[in-house]
Design a protein around this ligand. Structure first.
Ligand code: SF4
Length: 211
């Protein structure tokens, strides 16, 4: 059979999912009278805590000007405010107000429509898919094509394959617990960036997915 390669067909499928996510974002953000960028800013502040404008822009892969406009609109709506940064008295951090936190909760529920589709996959399919996603995100991140994700594979606490032969071969030194590929975190609050790529390289070198 000729035609597109499997990798191109997967990329096509991901684009279709991306379109569905964008449509959902526009629909849901309109209900909250927000732009998708404003909604993403609220969600980022809710999960990562106070952030500076430059940090927000880097996290969402948008320009400083776009981030600044969106934050100004959110401030006018009473959803965020600027406070002096705890780390640097000369810098300002953006923090959500109580109303902003409520809106962020609604935004956080948006991926539910995707999760219900993922639920139709078998447990093995989900773990394999998850490993593939982590690998793709890590690769794009290392090429500088997407913002840095707070993933286990790039975390200083990650010890891949230290329990080889077990169905939970990896170890997190922070929570002192073993886990398999299905439990690799993509956005972990306890993440601290590793200074070398050893963890990532060792995880990639191991071929198949584990629960
Ligand atoms: S601290 Fe979080 S990101 Fe780091 S290895 Fe543990 S679970 Fe993964």
């Amino acid at each position: 059979m000729t035609g597109l390669s499997l990798s191109m067909r997967i990329a096509q499928g991901l684009m279709k999912i991306g379109l569905a996510m964008k449509a959902n974002e526009w629909r849901e953000s309109a209900k909250l009278q927000l732009s998708p960028t404003q909604a993403q800013i609220l969600a980022a502040l809710a999960t990562q805590g106070p952030l500076r404008l430059s940090e927000l822009a880097a996290l969402l892969a948008i320009t400083l000007a776009t981030a600044s406009d969106a934050v100004s609109s959110l401030a006018k709506k009473g959803l965020v405010e600027k406070r002096t940064s705890e780390q640097d008295a000369r810098a300002l951090s953006i923090v959500p107000t109580r109303a902003g936190q409520k809106a962020a909760k609604a935004v956080a529920a948006w991926p539910d429509f995707l999760a219900t589709a993922v639920d139709t996959l078998s447990p093995d399919e989900q773990v394999t898919f998850h490993r593939g996603l982590v690998k793709m995100i890590g690769t794009l991140q290392r090429r500088g094509q997407i913002p840095v994700a707070r993933m286990c594979t790039h975390c200083t606490y990650f010890r891949p394959n230290v329990h080889a032969g077990s169905h939970t071969p990896h170890h997190c030194d922070f929570i002192d617990s073993a886990f398999g590929d299905g439990f690799i975190r993509i956005d972990c609050d306890d993440f601290i960036a590793a200074t070398t790529s050893e963890g990532w390289d060792a995880w990639v070198a191991r071929g198949s997915a584990t629960q």
